[in-house]
Design a protein. Structure first.
Length: 277
């Protein structure tokens, strides 16, 4: 029974409307500028940057051009992490806890942390940070599935073309492993969230919970990848102390440009929330 449920989850994700992306996908453009410090990775700077460039490009191409703060990718040892505290060179830091040639891990971790960078602002609302973490998990799924398609025709190096299968298998295994997705499909995202609201407000990185919601949200970004641009305004205003999730989403709605308001309302609706007063 568990195996059948896992297959059903994977089928539902695989059945997401990928074809719609072709209409919503702008031409490829260079990823944002950044540095890689290869010390500790046991891999070449060139190869690490090739993977991160590919991952960043799958999101960056769907955002209207703007100037990102300088950042550097470095080796971490306590899990992947994004720091808004600038280093001595004035750079933000993305730390990846992987190494050697585990390119799928590089891609998965980088895509998550890069999404935090795109969300902007060093000031976060800790009570509702779980939602940004969920979007970051969604970003990893989205990017790796997109990379697997891109590498079929245009890998970073010709001899990496076959690695696309590893990228896809890596992300498929993660999707199948999210056992809580079946509960969301049965009861709805709103019910799922309300049942775990207290847990999420105390622990924004409840990976099994965040990950299950990410699998469900993935299809909404794959059907229209331009929706990723909306995250630029997720932290566009200073969070108020004690803000509810609805108030948090309403603040995002107010900060975002008109072209993204319908999508933000749609996301709120998935959680059973109406944002219009």
């Amino acid at each position: 029974m568990i195996f059948r449920k896992c297959l059903l989850v994977l089928f539902m994700v695989l059945a997401a409307p990928i074809a719609a992306q072709k209409k919503d996908s702008p031409a490829e453009r260079p990823p944002p500028a950044y540095r890689v410090e290869a010390a500790g990775f046991e891999a070449s700077e060139r190869d690490i940057k090739a993977v991160c460039d590919s991952a960043a490009g799958e999101l960056w191409r769907h955002l209207k051009p703007y100037k990102l703060d300088a950042f550097v990718v470095k080796r971490g040892n306590n899990g992947p992490f994004f720091s808004f505290v600038k280093n001595s060179r004035g750079e933000l830091e993305i730390l990846l806890d992987t190494g050697k040639t585990y390119w799928s891990q590089y891609a998965y971790q980088f895509s998550h942390e890069f999404l935090h960078l795109l969300c902007g602002s060093a000031v976060r609302d800790p009570r509702n940070l779980w939602f940004e973490e969920t979007l970051a998990e969604t970003s990893s799924l989205f990017v790796m599935r997109a990379m697997a398609r891109s590498w079929k025709k245009k890998p970073p190096y010709p001899h990496w073309a076959d690695y696309r299968d590893h990228l896809r298998q890596y992300v498929d295994n993660i999707v199948v492993g999210r056992a809580l997705v079946s509960e969301i499909n049965r009861d709805g995202l709103g019910s799922f969230y309300r049942k775990r609201r207290g847990e999420l407000e105390k622990n924004c990185c409840a990976r099994e919970v965040n990950g299950a919601m990410a699998v469900v949200l993935l299809r909404y970004f794959e059907e229209k990848p331009g929706r990723w641009e909306a995250v630029r305004w997720l932290n566009g205003s200073q969070p108020r102390k004690g803000q509810t999730f609805r108030q948090y989403l309403r603040t995002w709605l107010d900060a975002a440009p008109e072209r993204h308001k319908a999508f933000i309302r749609k996301l709120a609706g998935l959680y059973g929330l109406a944002l219009d007063d």
